[in-house]
Ligand binder design. Structure first.
Ligand code: F58
Length: 828
């Protein structure tokens, strides 16, 4: 226990907080337990131990963090500002230890304090500040920017409650509040000195400045304060620490004394409630917008904070505001921060006195926009009255942007008014809306999709008019994921095996993985490969037993589908295969099959009834299959609750088969597909999103392809699609659907799945029936292949060997060269 009475000299304290010997780390952990957490080694819970270790690690980050900041300032570097309403960072400790290369001494220190680092790490709450792929992509990109030495700040919202915690009760989803800040957050630093004000509502008025120029000022009805919270983002072996700066909304006045003194106790705190609501909770909807006022408040709040922050930094460089776009490149992660286009115009014109033309030149050279979706229901638009009441000045600016833009459209397209009306930032068909994707396109100099197919479809369909006007703005940057978190942190067994054979450079240069190719034909290596994966599967089996009570066989094929639950992602197609297999085994009990464990994970948006019914379906089928003694050692179905980054880190490494079965043309890219394949799972998938590029990279013979192409899907729908006739003519499909309709998987309840079955039989908008037989045939082929485990391992090794392209480092290099025009600084 630390001595209470003998304060150490300052220089010693500094050393204690940076030294990395096992002894120093032990001392530091004990000190932090005592002085920060207020407990002792033996009394401390694992949560408390985690906190003490996290502070110990943070102390060892701070010097590089501040040095990085200093260097960026001195070298006056160009900075990428990644604006995103979501950052799904996942737990930090293991990742930071990897990047600092401190895992070995910290593990040792913790062991000498009689604790197990792996167990302690399970106690780190996950900052779930995102819904899914889009938020996680932002996190992977921050990792790669720090690794490559690209000066960058991630700007977003510090939600008090992130994505809800999912529990499964009686087979259905129940949402619980996510209390990720309950024990405090050791990784962040609150910087109240850098707080900024953000206005809402009110009105505008004109005035004349001293030169007689007409100016406008905005008189907001209310003002809230944005307080930044900074988290360091370390690069892998780069010595660089960039910043994730998340804003919390607070009241400018914490208490209205005048109201209090006149007896209005509620009124005394009313403003506080409005202000604090803004950063209170993450909207848990993916791929569907709801047009809620609070969401627009959130978007404007963090975007305004970010832009004001950039301008403040910029003005410190003592340059005139005219060259703002030379200092900053702003990436809009989808349209959520696209109000920034109008806000930067407002700041430049109203607050900094620029003329419109100059302000527009700066703005349009600063922004670029990444689109993440092809689903029309996910394109954001705000009802005009709502927008006008919340952001009156921005609406005026948008009208002006739009008027000038539509002049250009008329000139370019020879007065084609149909086109003008489609491209207008204001949707005037009936009820009026502000179209945020149009604003983002007009205000950006680059527009990118997230996989080849997706970018092509943007050009051909969703953003076709804009492409025809400005083809030079459009490009593709296929998504990537960080191998540090998704291989090294998640799968130490595989990482060690790879490093033993090809050295450790692959983690910083994923193309190096192609050197594994030579081992695909090495039987000894394949045996080691299987052994490494088996350990991971055993570990997951224990976790599954603990969480769900289902015991699964680590020698069975782990067939996994983890992602948000959505009809277009077709988890229910996967279920139709399970039912078909089950019924087949019931009628032919001696059939030899490769034993399979079907793993599902994913959250449904709380208001998305069909997605919730799909969860219920998975669990109901699981109940029957898992409870059937004839299925023992053959089939298991598990829904692992609360899928998040932490759980992903357990599942990706364990999977043999990765299910990427969305309807062609619907999944923009997918990134789970990459995480699975990098960890050695084979993919069964459609020609959708990045699946196409994964298949090209790993070799068509090492990928299980099925289903219609995008063109075939479109043609089928255009020709009049009749799912019921497929049901009537396919006996296996009919048998599966009839079993569901008869209540065979719902304890005799014939009503439970009726909404789902009716939809499939009548419209089937995601073409499950059209792809059913192709999927079943392909799955049969998968099953056969798995039984030849030497062949399977060979294919798995070749998959990993060819996944270099899907590193987020490659993606960030492309963004840097083709969009941001930034160079990485020289680093370690
Ligand atoms: C996802 N979008 C895409 N949106 O669906 C996926 O194909 C892609 O790989 C990924 O982006 C990264 O590019 C996605 O995750 C959301 O979660 C939004 C949250 C906010 C509301 C609208 C959807």
């Amino acid at each position: 226990m630390p001595e209470l009475t003998s304060p150490e000299p300052a220089v010693q304290i500094e050393d204690d907080r940076t030294a990395i010997s096992v002894e120093a780390l032990k001392r530091a952990i004990l000190d932090n337990l005592f002085f920060i957490v207020g407990t002792t080694q033996h009394a401390a819970s694992d949560d408390e131990f985690f906190t003490a270790i996290a502070y110990t690690v943070r102390d060892r980050i701070l010097a590089r963090w501040l040095a990085t900041r200093e260097r960026y300032r001195n070298e006056d570097v160009r900075v990428v500002c990644y604006l995103s309403a979501e950052f799904l960072m996942g737990p930090h400790l293991a990742n930071n230890l990897l990047n600092l290369q401190l895992e070995i001494p910290v593990r040792q220190a913790v062991a000498e304090l009689d604790r197990d680092l792996d167990l302690i790490m399970e106690h780190e709450p996950e900052p779930g500040l995102g819904n899914g792929g889009l938020g996680r992509l932002a996190a992977c990109y921050l990792d790669s920017m720090a690794t490559l030495g690209v000066p960058a700040v991630g700007y977003g919202i510090r939600y008090e409650f992130g994505i809800f915690e999912q529990q499964i009760r009686d087979g259905g989803q129940v949402e619980l509040t996510d209390h990720w800040l309950l024990h405090g957050n050791p990784w962040e630093i609150r910087r109240p000195n850098e707080a900024l004000d953000v206005g809402f509502g009110g009105r505008t008025e004109g005035w004349s400045d001293s030169t007689g120029r007409y100016r406008v000022r905005w008189l907001p009805a209310s003002v809230v304060k944005g307080i930044p919270y900074d988290t360091p983002v370390l690069g892998y072996r780069s010595g660089i620490a960039n910043t994730l700066r998340l804003w919390r909304s607070e009241s400018t006045e914490s208490f209205y004394f005048d109201r209090f003194n006149s007896g209005d106790y509620q009124g005394a705190v009313a403003g506080k409630t409005f202000a604090e609501t803004i950063s209170k909770v993450l909207y848990p909807n993916d791929e569907e917008i709801q047009g809620k006022e609070l969401r627009l408040q959130q978007q404007y709040f963090f975007t305004s904070c970010a832009l004001q922050d950039m301008i403040r930094v910029y003005l410190h460089t003592n340059r005139s505001i005219d060259a703002f776009h030379e200092k900053f490149a702003i990436q809009l992660n989808d349209t959520h921060p696209s109000i920034g286009v109008a806000e930067l115009m407002r700041l430049l014109i109203d607050e900094h006195g620029l003329e419109w033309e100059k302000a527009w030149e700066i703005t349009s050279h600063t922004f670029s926009y990444t689109n993440h979706t092809l689903l029309p229901e996910a394109l954001e638009r705000w009802p005009l009255p709502l927008f006008a009441s919340l952001l009156p000045r921005h609406l005026e600016i948008i009208y002006e942007i739009n008027a000038r833009f539509l002049d250009l459209v008329r000139k370019h397209f020879d007065g084609n008014e149909a086109r003008v009306s489609r491209m207008s930032i204001i949707d005037e068909h009936g009820e009026k809306f502000v179209r945020m994707a149009n604003l983002a396109c007009v205000g950006s100099h680059r527009i990118n999709g997230v996989a080849e197919l997706h970018s092509q479809l943007l050009e051909k369909e969703v953003l076709r008019d804009f492409y025809e006007l400005w083809p030079e703005k459009f490009l593709n940057v296929t998504n990537g994921v960080t191998p540090r978190r998704w291989i090294a942190v998640s799968n130490p067994e595989l990482s060690d095996l790879i490093t033993r054979h090809i050295g450790s450079d692959w983690l910083g240069n994923l193309d190096e993985l192609n050197r594994l190719e030579q081992y695909a034909d090495d039987a000894g290596f394949r045996a080691e490969w299987r052994k490494a994966q088996r350990e991971v599967k055993v570990r997951l089996s224990h976790y599954i037993l603990d969480q769900t009570g289902v015991s699964v066989d680590a020698d069975s094929m782990f067939d996994a589908q983890v992602k948000r639950i959505h009809e277009y992602k077709r988890q229910h197609l996967n279920v139709l295969h399970i039912i078909t297999l089950y019924l087949r085994l019931k009628s032919r009990p001696n059939l030899e099959i490769a034993p399979r464990t079907f793993l599902f994970g994913g959250k449904a948006a709380p208001g998305y009834a069909m997605a919730k019914l799909i969860i219920k379906l998975i669990n109901s089928v699981g109940e029957v299959v898992n409870g059937d003694p004839q299925m023992k050692h053959r089939l298991k179905v598990v829904f692992v609750p609360n899928y998040n980054v932490t759980l992903g880190q357990k599942i990706y490494p364990s999977a043999d088969l990765s299910e990427q079965i969305s309807t062609a043309g619907k999944e923009a890219s997918g990134t789970g597909n990459m995480k699975f394949a990098m960890n050695g799972a084979l993919t069964i998938g459609t020609l959708d999103g990045a699946n196409i590029e994964i298949r090209d990279a790993v070799g068509h013979e090492n990928f299980f392809l099925f289903g219609l192409t995008t063109e075939q899907v479109e043609a089928k729908l255009a020709a009049g699609y009749h799912p019921r006739s497929i049901y009537e003519s396919n006996p296996f499909l009919r048998e599966a659907i009839d079993a569901l309709a008869a209540g065979q998987f719902s304890r005799g309840d014939k009503e439970l799945f009726k909404p789902l079955l009716d939809q499939l039989l009548n419209t089937d908008p995601y073409l499950l029936f059209a792809d059913y037989q192709s999927y079943i045939d392909c799955q049969d082929h998968v099953g056969e292949t798995y039984r030849d485990y030497e062949k399977w391992s060979r294919m798995a090794i070749l998959n990993v060997a060819h996944m270099g392209k899907f590193s987020s480092d490659r993606a960030i290099r492309e963004y840097s060269a083709n969009i941001w025009r930034v160079d990485g600084i020289d680093h370690a």
